[in-house]
Structures are given as C-alpha cells and as structure tokens.
Design a protein around this ligand. Structure first.
Ligand SMILES: Cc1cc2nc3c(=O)[nH]c(=O)nc-3n(C[C@H](O)[C@H](O)[C@H](O)COP(=O)(O)OP(=O)(O)OC[C@H]3O[C@@H](n4cnc5c(N)ncnc54)[C@H](O)[C@@H]3O)c2cc1C
Length: 444
C-alpha cells in the first residue's frame, strides 16, 4: 500500500480498495486526466472533501478559474473510505482541553466553528441533493471505564453550562435500555447534532457540485512536482504542465515525502482501519438492542469507533498497522473483530466481509492548520482522523484565504503545522505511543 511516510510520489495506479462503501454506492463519475498545458488562477492538488470544497467555493463564490487535480479520482483518499461519522470537532482536543489551553472565549469560538462545519455539510447535502443516506442524529461517546464515566459527568456540565451545548449524560442502565446493550460501557454522552452517512457518496456529490460550479476536475493526474515561476507556479503532471497564480495543497495525510517536505514533516500519516461485518440476524439484533443507526466512539486513548449501518451490518474501526507495507496483514482486521465481539454479547459467529484502511494526518499538537506558509501557497491538513465535517468547512476557509479574506480569529488559522521534533523518528514515536496507549487503556 502507498505509504506517504516513505514514498516520494503518489502514482495513479494503486490496488483495489474493495470497501463496503464502493459496494453500496453507484459507480461514481470518472474525471479524465489532464492532457494539455493550461493556465488558471488556482490549482488545487487533492480532490478529497478539502480540495473539492475549496474548488467549489473558489468557482461558485469567488468566480476564480480553478483546476482541481487528483492522482486517482475524487474521494480516493480518506474522504471516500472513512467511517462516515459527521462529528462536531476536529483534531484530538476536546472543548475542555481547548478551554484550558486557549481560554474559554477561544474555546467557544472553536465550538461555533465546528457547528458551522456540520451546518455546511447539511446545507451542501440539501443544495446538491446528495444521496448519501444521512441517518437520524445520534452520537454516543462511551466511557470504557468507571473513571471515565465520572469524567463524562464533568464534561456534560461544562458543555451545558459554558457552551450551551445540550449534550445528555446517560448512565449504564439507561444506555443499555435505550441505545445499545454494550457489555463494557459504564456511561455515555449523547450529542445532539452528529450523525452517520455514506462518505463516498458525499465525496461524489461534492465533486459534482464543484464541477457544476465551474471548477475543472481531473482524475488520474498525479502532481509529480511544482516550482515557482514568474507568474506564480508551474505544476507538473505526467501529461501536462499547469501554470497558476495560486497553489493549494489539499493532499493532507496522502502528501508524499517528495511533494512538499514542510507539510509532510508537520503531518504524520497514521493508518486507521475498518471492518464491516456480514448483516446481523434478527436474533443478534434483538440481543444487541441497538435502537437506531447511531454512531459511537469510546473514551480509550486508542479509540474504537462503530456504527450500525442501514443494512444491519456493523462498521467497526480503530488503529491499524504502522507502515503501508503491513497494512494488508489480516491480523489488524482480526483484532478489530475480536474487539467488536468483546464489546457485544451474542456475536461469536459473526464474521467480517470488508476490511480496508487509510491514512489520517496527525499533527504534533493535535490541531489541524489552514494556512499560507509562503506567498500564494496554501494548505489545510492535520485533522487527526476527525475531518469529515471540518474538512468541508476547511475547503471554504482555504478559498477565502486565496481570495484574501479574513478568517475567524482561531489559532488553527494563524500559524502553520508545527514540525515534529526528530522528524526522522516519528514512526518510532508512534510505536511508543501505541504501547503507552495500550497500557493506559488497560491499567490506568
Ligand atoms: C478509516 C478511516 C475512517 C475515518 N473515519 C472518520 C469519520 O468517521 N469521521 C471523521 O470526521 N473523519 C474520519 N476520518 C478522517 C477523514 O476521512 C479525513 O479527515 C478527511 O476525509 C480528510 O479529507 P481531505 O480532503 O483533507 O483528504 P483526503 O480525502 O485524504 O484527500 C487527499 C487527496 O489528495 C490526493 N493526492 C495526494 N497527493 C497527490 C498528488 N501528488 N497529486 C494529485 N493528488 C494527490 C489523494 O489522491 C487524495 O484523494 C477517517 C479516516 C479513515 C482513513
């Protein structure tokens, strides 16, 4: 599997993903490769949610001549293969941590921005008539230990009092009776505005909207290199050179080592893996008492996330291998299946039918950045595995930066991604973090 930590380039021929989302989503539109030299105002590299939204906003609102390029096809990266959790937040810092680090006023501004991200997803689904099967709202954060249940009580108070966020605390018996019969959960927080959808269909819808607004989309067009020239940039693909005044890097965790080292060094590619089971029998469903197609994530350091899909399968995700070379090893899928069976009774015979993984971009300080590190060059990256809703807004924020507009006064818009110390040893650091996480989740 392509590994941005070691590979110098992303090529346009990659193995089949065979994801559940591909199996249940109508064949998406194929965008052709760019085959002749052109000039434009802005080139966006990467057609995930970030790049597609940037292209859409630049074309629709800023009336810019924009070309969006992807090495494969729109949504090939994280955007077409994620869990489909529309969450209010990004990065790995919750509102309590943001309030501690930046003060309550700034934390409130973060909360507002995250709310705007969900509102934008909802608005685009409506406006673009995107058939991505949004489920009824329902997201539960599950305490995996009694101590975390106490922590959730504190979080609920803080969110209700200081952020006017109507989260709800559920104790174990209420959770088991009204949400799901989980064997190893001690309490939950319920969030009122988060839900699940089909992420690949969403990416396809965004691509369609960007193209309809006038952005020129090209698949099978890996950017091999770019350099500055008198008029801006020369962006090189295998069959064409594109001249542009502005350049946007929306390649996030898929940024190859050789493309723009400053971005690669500030964004560690980490594998997140997913399994999707066979459909549950009505007896299994009855035992689980899973009330609706709600989405769930636990409070572990090495988190598991899961949801009941509309066709009664369970999607269960968590950490994967460390390197691309090891990504296809079935041991990771088997571990996820074992964790799923540990969580719920009565699933001993259940197997998985799909498994895949993808690279999420983790930043050193657990926060993403949307920034211009040098004149006319822009990037957005480092959502730390929680980027579905936020990348949708980040694309718009990137377009506003290109257009010279001011962004909300948030730290994530005011500096670039901090470079990891000892960048050459980030993977060793990740190994140690996983060992510490396992220890903490079991014993502390
Ligand atoms: C298994 C998994 C589960 C996840 N679940 C969730 C979830 O439930 N909820 C949530 O909020 N987040 C989730 N995430 C994270 C979320 O999917 C990402 O944060 C989000 O999709 C990032 O979008 P993006 O557009 O920034 O990047 P991507 O979607 O990764 O897009 C980057 C694109 O850049 C292209 N590219 C790279 N280099 C080049 C080049 N040189 N030339 C041309 N193109 C290039 C790639 O082909 C790729 O399509 C998950 C991620 C994974 C992997």
């Amino acid at each position: 599997m392509y590994d941005p930590y070691v590979d110098r380039q992303l090529s346009s021929s990659q193995g089949d993903l065979n994801s559940y989302w591909q199996a249940v989503t109508p064949q998406p539109v194929e965008y052709p490769a760019i085959v002749k030299d052109v000039s434009c105002d802005t080139v966006v590299i990467g057609a995930g949610y970030t790049g597609l939204n940037c292209g859409y906003e630049l074309a629709a609102t800023e009336q810019r001549d924009v070309v969006v390029l992807d090495a494969l096809q729109p949504g090939w990266g994280c955007s077409g293969r994620n869990g489909g959790f529309v969450l209010r937040g990004t990065g790995r810092l919750g509102l309590t941590q943001l309030a501690d680090q930046f003060g309550l006023d700034t934390a409130r501004l973060f909360h507002q921005e995250y709310g705007e991200a969900i509102a934008r997803v909802n608005q685009l689904i409506d406006e673009g008539n995107i058939d991505c099967q949004p489920q009824p709202v329902g997201y539960y954060k599950l305490a995996h230990k009694p101590a975390m249940a106490k922590d959730l009580v504190r979080q609920a108070e803080l969110l209700q009092q200081h952020f006017a966020y109507p989260v709800r605390y559920l104790d174990k018996s209420v959770l088991q009776q009204t949400v799901v019969n989980h064997q190893h959960t001690y309490a939950a927080l319920s969030f009122p505005d988060c839900y699940g959808l089909n992420p690949l269909a969403l990416a396809g819808g965004y691509a369609r909207m960007a193209a309809a607004a006038g952005a020129k989309l090209h698949g099978q067009s890996p950017v091999v290199s770019f350099k500055r020239c008198k008029t801006g940039f020369e962006v090189v693909t295998p069959q064409a050179v594109i001249k542009s005044s502005n350049l946007v890097l929306a390649t996030n965790a898929y940024t190859a080592r050789g493309l723009y080292p400053a971005l690669n060094n500030g964004c560690l590619p980490v594998l997140s893996s997913v399994i999707v089971t066979e459909p549950l029998t009505s007896h299994q469903l009855q035992q689980l008492n899973w009330q609706q197609n709600s989405i769930m994530m636990d409070t572990r350091t090495l988190k598991y996330y899961y949801r009941l899909l509309p066709d009664k399968r369970i999607l269960f995700g968590g950490r994967g291998a460390i390197s691309g070379k090891a990504a296809a090893d079935p041991i990771y899928a088997r571990r996820l299946l074992a964790a799923l069976k540990h969580s719920f009774a009565g699933l001993d015979q259940l197997n998985y039918q799909y498994q895949w993984s993808g690279w999420v971009g983790v930043s050193f300080d657990d926060l993403p950045r949307i920034y211009s590190p040098e004149p006319n060059l822009f990037y957005a990256a480092g959502y730390c595995g929680s980027g579905l809703s936020f990348s949708t807004l980040a694309g718009k924020r990137l377009a506003q930066l290109v257009a010279g507009k001011r962004l909300p006064a948030l730290p994530i818009y005011q500096s670039g991604l901090p470079v990891f110390p000892m960048t050459a040893f980030r993977r060793q650091g990740q190994q140690l973090y996983y060992q510490w996480g396992r220890f903490k989740d079991h014993f502390l």
